[in-house]
Structures are given as structure tokens and as C-alpha cells.
Design a protein around this ligand. Sequence first.
Ligand code: 2NL
Length: 341
Amino acid sequence: MDLRYEAREAGEAAHQEIRSSRTLDEIEAIRVRFLGRKGILTLLLRKLGAVGPEDRKELGGLLNQVKNEITSVLEARLGELKQAAYSEGLAREALDITLPGRKARIGRLHPTLAVMDHLVDIFVGMGFTPVEGPEVESEYNNFDALNFPPWHPSRDEHDSFYVGEGYVLRTHTSPAQIRVMKSQPPPVRVVVPGRCHRRDTPDASHVVSFHQIEGLYVDYEVSMADLKGTLTAFAREFFGPETKVRFRPHFFPFTEPSAELDISCLVCGGKGCRLCKNSGWLEVLGCGMVHPNVFDHVGYDRQSVTGFAFGLGVERMAMLRYGINDMRLLYENDIRFLNQF
Ligand code: 2NL
């Protein structure tokens, strides 16, 4: 067949295919078919060897011209398709800045822990240092060092969780304070927040795992007046400056004398209502002067050091603070309840 004719045919065919190509893959296939190592143009150029010398120059020029035209048309189309693919990508990724944003649902502190932080802050403001201790404690630190007699009912398996021989889940945070006193000489002024466990049947004012904050101040001349001043200041800070307080005698194995602190009722101010069961007062915490037997256990000199201690239930504080009438509500994980605080 005539080489001139074939060259023009090939050029025509290539142009048409390139014009109707839609994808980068199609362009590449066309390039291989016309310009590749075994492509149509390459084969035609090879046939040039059989052409007589008189026509070779002209034919060679023609073939190269066709080849160059195909190449440049191909490049142009490739550019167009790349630009189109790029624009399409941009359009697909475009942000609609008029859409409403998604609300970020970040968590926050459980009301018990929020109240616990607040309580700790108040005592830190009065010079107490926060300290923590383990929840699994030796029976010795949890009971013996705190002057609990061997027959005390709270030592019973029915009242405490025993975890192996000689160990319990702490029933109060006092054992952490025993650790502090064993590890350093007076003065000691610490506040200990933490989770505690008692084998109570849950009701409106008891849950099995609860939180406590205890405080301990030991030095060479700490008096009951210091106790009363510190806890009165605390009550007015937490419950409001108008709060009235009273200290009522009580008993704890680890303090002597011991007392309970009452505040004037938050609802009726002292007149008597349902919350205070008509007494005008609400029980808030237990306190007292550290029993000398406790000092013996930690190696302090019972003759020369004195101290006061107190303990309060964090859940009870949260209930008083927020007007919650059943402690179990705090631990049902009902988001509708928790979102209120
Ligand atoms: C309550 C009563 C109290 C203490 C805790 C304490 C700790 C040591 C020595 C002496 Cl290391 N006492 N803690 C003292 C009095 C009362 O808690 O009813 N808490 C809810």
C-alpha cells in the first residue's frame, strides 16, 4: 500500500480517537497504539528502509510531521483531561460552609468528682496538701492503726470486702493518712480524697462504693479550737456565709473527743421542714481530736503531739448541694439525670 496514504490515514485515525477520548487511561492506550515501540507510526517509519532514495527524504519528512502532530494533539488533550479531573476533584471536596456545624460532645466531670474537686480546693486554700492512697489496704492500716477494737462490727466480713488474707477494700480514706504519718514527722496537714467501699445494702443514703474526703492536721499545739475554726470556715465557704453550725458530741474509735458537725437546714434555715425532719439541722461530717493510741501506731509521741481529723461523704455533700434525694441516682448512668449538673 502507498506509504503516503497510510501515513495520512494513521494521522486522521489518531486525531479522531484523541478527540473522543474521555480518560487518562484512554489517552495512554492511544499513545501506545500509535507511537509506542510497536505502534503504527513506528512500523511505518521502519518501512522507510524499503523506499527508493528518491522518495525517502520526502516520505520521511511526512511521517515525522504526522508523528509530531499526533504527539502535540495528544499532549494537548492530556492537559485538558488532567485539568478536568482536577476541577472535578475540587468540586467534590468543596466545603459547604453554610451547613450547620456538628456539635462536639465532649465529656465532663461526674457531679461527685466535681464536688470532690471543689471540697479539696477549699481545704487547699486553708493550707492542706492533697494526698491519695490505695483502695486495697492492709487490715492493719484500715482498722488496727485507727484503734478499732478486734471485735468491732465493721471488721466483719458482712460489712467489709476482704481481698485475700489481711487485706480489705478500704472502708474510709484514713489509712492513707496513717501512711503519711508513718512516713514523716509532724507537722502534717493533708486532705485525702478517694473512693471507699462498704458492704451496705444500697438505699437512698448508701451506695457500696462511695467517696470520702478526710483531713488531718497534726502538730505540737493543735487544739479543738483549731478544729472548730477550720470546719466552721469550711461550712461557710461551701454552704454559704449565713450558714450556722453546731458541734454535737459523738463517738469514733480513732478520735477523742469526737463530734459531728451540723449546719442550719439549707431549705428552711432552721425553722424545721421535711429535709431536716423538723430539727432545723443537717448532719454534715464527723470530726475529733486524734486518739493517742493512733499516734502510738504511727510512732508519734503521744505526750507531745496533738491533732484534729475529720471525714465527710462526698455523695452526701453533692446531694445537699444539688438537692438530690436519692444517692443511687448518681450511679445509674442516666445521662438525662447527669446532664442537670
Ligand atoms: C465520718 C467520720 C472521721 C476521722 C474521720 C481520722 C483519721 C485519722 C486519725 C483520726 Cl488517721 N481520725 N479520721 C476522724 C473523725 C471522723 O469521719 O463520719 N465520716 C464520713
